[in-house]
Design a protein around this ligand. Structure first.
Ligand code: HEC
Length: 143
């Protein structure tokens, strides 16, 4: 009985382990990590489902960005979203209520949380790809 449960579990772990390994080497994006950051720092304003309807966000004008608004999010450059999270709304011509998190949250974790907020409007594979492509854009711009 134990064997029957253990073997599939082990095999699954191995398969997923391999998949994870090659994937994380390329991107190092953790949606689980991003979710943790989001729940710690962002949820109060942007809301549990990313609709911009958190308890603290409701009364704000403009409201915190609604991440499920795919018409907006699809058009918005992901590098800009990254900048808003890092340097804050004010520096980017948005509401000063959106704080600069660059001193609190490490760049890797900002990638994680950006990928996580994108999952409110698209599937996780796309969300991670968008954050990865953003990184490429950044590297290209530096050349
Ligand atoms: C105190 C409330 C508050 C908190 C906390 C907060 N935000 Fe925001 N956020 C806002 C507001 C307000 C805006 C700006 C909306 C505007 O001006 O259109 C915004 C805008 C944004 C945008 C929009 C970028 C764009 O291109 O339009 C992103 C991305 C974002 N927040 C991510 C985050 C993340 C990630 C966290 C947590 C690390 C966070 N926010 C925490 C209030 C907040």
């Amino acid at each position: 009985m134990l064997k029957r449960v253990l073997i599939p579990a082990l095999t699954m772990g191995l398969v997923m382990g391999f998949a994870d390994d090659s994937a994380t080497k390329a991107k190092k994006i953790s949606l689980a990590g991003g979710k943790k950051v989001y729940q710690t720092f962002c949820i109060a304003c942007h809301g549990e489902k990313g609709k911009g309807d958190g308890a603290a966000g409701m009364a704000m004008t403009p409201k915190p960005r609604n991440f499920t608004d795919t018409a907006f999010i699809n058009k918005e450059p992901k590098m800009r979203m990254y900048s808003v999270i890092t340097d804050g709304g004010k520096k980017n011509g948005l509401s000063p209520m959106m704080a600069a998190w660059g001193k609190t949250i490490k760049p890797d974790q900002i990638n994680d949380v950006l990928a996580y907020v994108l999952t409110f409007g698209e599937d996780s594979t796309k969300a991670i790809a968008h954050v990865m492509n953003k990184e490429k854009e950044k590297a290209e711009a530096k050349k």
